[in-house]
Design a protein around this ligand. Sequence first.
Ligand SMILES: Nc1ncnc2c1ncn2[C@@H]1O[C@H](COP(=O)(O)OP(=O)(O)OP(=O)(O)O)[C@@H](O)[C@H]1O
Ligand SMILES: [Mg+2]
Ligand SMILES: [Zn+2]
Length: 297
Amino acid sequence: MENDSNCGCGTNGSCKGEQNSTCGCTNGSCEGEQKTASSDEGKHPPEMLALNEFSNVKNVIAIMSGKGGVGKSSVTSLLACGFRKKGFEVGVLDADITGPSLPKMFGVKGNPEQVAFGLLPLESSSGIKVMSVNLLMPVEDDPVIWRGPLLGKMVGQFWTDVVWTDLDYLFVDLPPGTGDVPLTVMQSLPLNGLIIVTSPQELAAMIVNKAIKMAKLMDIPILGLVENMSAAVCPKCGEEFQLFGPGHGKEISERFNIPFLGSLPIDPRLSTLCDQGRVEDYESSLFTDFIPQQIRE
Ligand SMILES: Nc1ncnc2c1ncn2[C@@H]1O[C@H](COP(=O)(O)OP(=O)(O)OP(=O)(O)O)[C@@H](O)[C@H]1O
Ligand SMILES: [Mg+2]
Ligand SMILES: [Zn+2]
């Protein structure tokens, strides 16, 4: 196999299509095929993973962005909190294996218990189930230094081996961009759809387009777009003001025909609460009225 640079499996040509379960490419067909927006990646037959047999997860929603640091993990946490407050059973799956942040935001610590039928997620103070690679590391701040296929495999195991029990909603916090892990999640988890998070820096560079195009290519519905950090809250009087002028997020939603879910202003209280592991104490009206399409009751 000469063209392994296109495979992305990182095994320097040793995958040869045999190891396709770890390679992350489909059906060993990676040899020489290019994964570009014009490829037929989205048309490969889906290889859905079987959910852990002691779990019943009704709705799965992944949170994506084109670029890092735009607020995916914050939006994932706020979504989870919003749905928990509505009385649903909620879980968060931290698919950002190399940059996990959900345990810190929810203030959960310790190792998940391994039982005969799988791995038990930890629970936040309001009862949100949390699974992240961070919880599995002997030392919390040790780096995970793995190639793409292993990252995808780990995320798959969070679906197959974690005992989520009964969840109405599982929110999946993706790593930034359109790489291996978002691809694995889109191909192997039964997503209701994606929520795209953008920030003004991202909008300016139009990187968000890549994420939107990938979702369309993979035939995954986009449930909505959240605009983060385009406004700020004054720490003195609490008034909200626009930093970059109004309407960018709305403009993008209209251009791509995606529902606009609203804006999240820069609010020092949010970052402080996240740092303290108390994201559940943040009051946000962002997702109060949000009911995703294609809901499974
Ligand atoms: N609206 C906001 N107000 C204040 N701070 C925010 C806001 N959104 C995000 N932040 C802060 O910005 C940082 C990055 O946010 P977050 O981790 O949610 O982004 P991300 O897209 O998940 O990043 P990555 O791509 O690295 O996973 C965090 O420290 C977070 O607390
Ligand atoms: Mg993140
Ligand atoms: Zn003010």
